[in-house]
Write a protein of this length. Structure first.
Length: 149
């Protein structure tokens, strides 16, 4: 387990976000089962943040459940606020966040569709909504806002 934890800081590439969150979750759950609360909370919070960033809602729910079990039901993780949109507009949906992150990572529409298991038309539809909601005109402006996704 120690070797896995040592590898976590090295997972910094955009394509490594999901494996990093998954490893954090699995390691945190393991520490929780072993009664090591502090590392369990630290790792489970990192997993929750990772899943929230990439818009993996189902995995986020499971990791939050493990985190609540370790903390005795007390919330110790605060989910990030929804991505800011134009005044009067709704924040991005989970699907839009996933598309925005993939495109901001430099993927083409076809590559994003393959990664997200959707059609190219679905990616194009979500991109139109993303551009409108975030008031960006192109992929470059979206990539500049990458840290807020």
């Amino acid at each position: 387990m120690h070797e896995f934890e040592a590898v976590l800081p090295e997972l910094t590439q955009p394509a490594e976000r999901l494996p990093r969150a998954r490893m954090s979750w699995l390691l945190g759950a393991h520490h929780g089962r072993q009664g090591r609360r502090a590392p369990a909370v630290r790792l489970l919070e990192a997993a929750c943040a990772g899943y929230a960033t990439i818009g993996a809602g189902g995995m986020l729910t499971l990791a939050e459940s493990d985190l609540r079990a370790v903390t005795g039901g007390r919330p110790s993780y605060t989910p990030p606020p929804p991505l800011a949109a134009k005044a009067g507009e709704a924040a991005l949906t989970g699907a839009e966040i996933r598309v925005a992150v993939a495109v901001a990572d430099g993927l083409s529409n076809k590559e994003a569709a393959e990664r997200l298991f959707v059609t190219v038309k679905t990616v194009e539809f979500h991109l139109g909504n993303i551009f409108r909601k975030l008031d960006v005109r192109n992929r470059t402006e979206l990539a500049r806002r990458r840290d807020t996704l």
